[in-house]
Design a protein around this ligand. Structure first.
Ligand SMILES: Nc1ncnc2c1ncn2[C@@H]1O[C@H](COP(=O)(O)OP(=O)(O)OP(=O)(O)O)[C@@H](O)[C@H]1O
Length: 609
């Protein structure tokens, strides 16, 4: 025999009212939202019905706990509806109409009213239905899950609903005029019906102005100023520009504000989002595509779904489409700047280059539009790709920071402009260039190419370095490194180590062979065999360097060998290459040798005094 689940009513009410929502203050949101839905439902019956929501704080003369009254002139509830919708958890009058009127009602889950039990133990609802027999009914629900319905002794003159909440002692802080005003403006500030708050007999209109993106302005300049002022008010900071947002998917509208500083590239901005004019969240993160981290938004959506706690958008296909469409609005703004106001676009790229680069990577048309304005680091300083291509036929770049460090000084001294592709997106952007602009030449540059442009030695100089060349060649043979001697700038650089593209990989394999077991080493070697034919790395000595010139004159072969080995290890270290065991031994031996020689010198000199 089948059994039914037993539900502990008190437990469910406790769970829903205390654990679903992040703060008790949301009861104001839930009540405003019910009132709004009721007014919208009444408009289905009477389309010209204006609708008003009134809040009143009734303070007790005897110092007892205050009561908060929410009244609306919405559709109201019949006796049957009171039993059905107010007294059944999970039952909502809005659900059956949901598919047909998704853009209309805010509520859908049938649990919102329970949030009131976070701040009071008993709820009194007095209501008269616009559809019923004109009777006013009273529903009294308690936090223990019991309720009573009866005809009210205080009949309402017109259809509508009043909800009375008597503050619970531990929630009295939510029943002050200041707090109620702040919560009502916070959640309901954009609602299209007037909300009035009455305290001590004085009424105040809480939402006199519509959101600025719905207002009319005399000029575009005035509109921009009003939107920027709104951004400052909402987020407490100044923005450099504002971008209108409007999408069909999810029916989103609002404004994106361009941040005045450059955020971390994977920072996700927190946006303020409204759902059907009611505040949903101040920290929505899933609204924009990932690349769009340079803006903060305020938007209202008519056609997206909330999560049950109503504190975020529900992740579904409509939200995904809305996100794409919002990305298109931002893209359109950048495209318009590119055509109409390139200076502003350049300033924006200087501030938010990473966002623009990420979009360019994703979007070919946009890439073509902005690629020449994007800044890159080069061996001759920062420049845009446009500036680079104006001066150099082929775009040469390195793709790691180590490679850039290695070539930067020497290349700059030769007037060679090499791009640093090591920053986020840069290599990918450069690799995309020939695919989108067929006339563009792009080549990966390696330090091994540098010596090709260096000055050759004269016949006389070749003679003076013959001995250095021979000793160096022998000293570096065990390391399969070739030696060349040329003249290059700057003179302070004694040597340049260069290897072909897979050189760094080859070195890694060699080191791994020393450190790991045979199986792994053979796998690595297999991979190495597939890479290109071996080209030996090269150590190029700079005869413009004073130390190298002195070396050429050293007669003591042992001394010369030690110096060459040290220059070799230094060149590797400068290029951030990992040293293998033999090179490490070389370094240790060399350092000890140098210290010993120094000590010998000192002792020799000491002895003379
Ligand atoms: N002010 C009101 N006027 C008319 N009907 C109301 C009012 N407040 C609540 N109701 C009725 O009570 C039902 C339950 O309300 P509740 O706030 O618990 O859930 P909901 O608004 O339907 O959905 P959600 O949980 O998503 O807010 C509503 O569907 C509606 O029929």
């Amino acid at each position: 025999m089948d059994h039914r689940f037993q539900v502990n009513l008190r437990g469910v009410i406790d769970l829903l009212s205390h654990h679903l929502y992040s703060t008790p203050g949301v009861f104001v949101r839930e009540l405003l939202q019910n009132a709004t839905d009721a007014i919208r439902a009444r408009r289905h019956l009477e389309p010209s019905h204006p609708g008003t929501v009134r809040l009143e704080l009734i303070e007790k003369q005897d110092g007892g706990l205050p009561t908060l009254l929410f009244s609306d002139d919405g559709v109201g509830l019949t006796e049957e509806e009171l039993h059905r919708f107010l007294a059944t958890i999970g039952e909502s009058s809005k659900r059956e109409t949901l598919e047909a009127r998704r853009d209309d009602f805010i509520g859908q889950f049938g649990i919102g009213l329970l949030s009131c039990f976070m701040v009071c133990d008993e709820l009194l609802v007095v209501t008269r239905s616009a559809k019923g027999d004109g009777r006013t009914m009273e529903w009294r629900g308690r936090h223990d899950g019991t309720y009573a319905v009866r005809p009210s002794e205080h009949p309402l003159e017109h259809p509508g609903t009043q909800v009375f909440l008597v503050a619970r002692a531990d929630a009295a802080e939510y029943f002050t005029a200041e707090r109620v005003r702040q919560l009502a403006v916070h959640y309901g500030g954009l609602l299209p019906f007037p909300i009035h708050l009455t305290v001590d007999g004085r009424a105040e209109h809480l939402n006199p102005a519509p959101p600025p993106w719905r207002s009319e302005y005399a000029s575009a300049g005035e509109r921009r100023a009003a939107l920027l002022a709104y951004g400052r008010e909402v987020f407490g900071q100044d923005f450099v520009d504002c971008i209108p947002l409007r999408t069909e998917a999810g029916q989103v509208e609002g404004v994106a504000f361009v941040l005045p500083f450059s955020p971390h590239f994977n920072a996700r901005q927190k946006h303020r989002v409204y759902l059907k004019d009611m505040l949903l969240s101040e920290s929505a993160e899933n609204l924009l595509p990932e690349w769009a981290f340079f803006v903060k938004c305020v938007v209202n959506a008519q056609g997206l779904r909330p999560t049950a706690s109503r504190e975020a958008f529900y992740e579904d296909a409509t939200l995904a489409r809305a996100r794409d469409a919002l990305g298109q609005c931002l893209r359109q703004y950048l495209v318009e700047l590119a055509h109409g106001d390139p200076r502003t676009l350049q300033r924006l790229i200087a501030l938010h280059g990473l966002s623009v680069k990420a979009l360019a990577l994703d979007d070919d048309d946009f890439y073509r539009l902005v690629i020449h304005w994007l800044p890159f680091e080069t061996t001759l300083g920062m420049m845009t790709l446009g500036q680079y291509r104006q001066s150099f036929a082929s775009v040469r770049y390195v793709n790691t920071l180590d490679a850039f460090r290695q070539v930067a000084r020497v290349a700059a001294a030769q007037g060679l402009c090499i791009l640093n592709g090591a920053y986020t997106h840069d290599t990918a952007l450069l690799e995309k260039l020939p695919r989108l602009l067929p006339d563009a030449q792009v080549e990966l540059f390696s330090a091994a190419q540098l010596p090709q442009g260096f000055e050759e030695l004269t016949a006389e100089e070749r003679q003076t370095v013959a001995r250095l060349r021979q000793v160096a060649t022998e000293a570096l043979e065990p390391f399969r490194c070739e030696v060349s001697i040329k003249k290059f700038l700057p003179p302070e650089v004694p040597t340049l180590y260069g290897d072909v593209d897979d050189g760094a990989f080859r070195r890694d394999v060699e080191r791994a062979r020393e450190e790991t077991d045979e199986l792994y080493a053979s796998v690595l070697e297999g991979a190495l065999a597939e890479s290109r034919e071996e080209e030996r790395p090269q150590l190029c000595f700079n005869l413009r360097n004073p130390v190298v010139r002195r070396l050429a004159r050293v007669r003591d072969d042992a001394q010369l060998k030690l110096s060459v080995e040290m220059l070799y290890v230094q060149a590797l270290l400068l290029g951030h290459r990992p040293l293998n065991a033999r090179e490490m031994a070389l370094l240790n031996r060399g350092l000890l040798g140098l210290i010993a020689a120094r000590l010998d010198d000192d002792e020799g000199t000491g002895g003379m005094h």
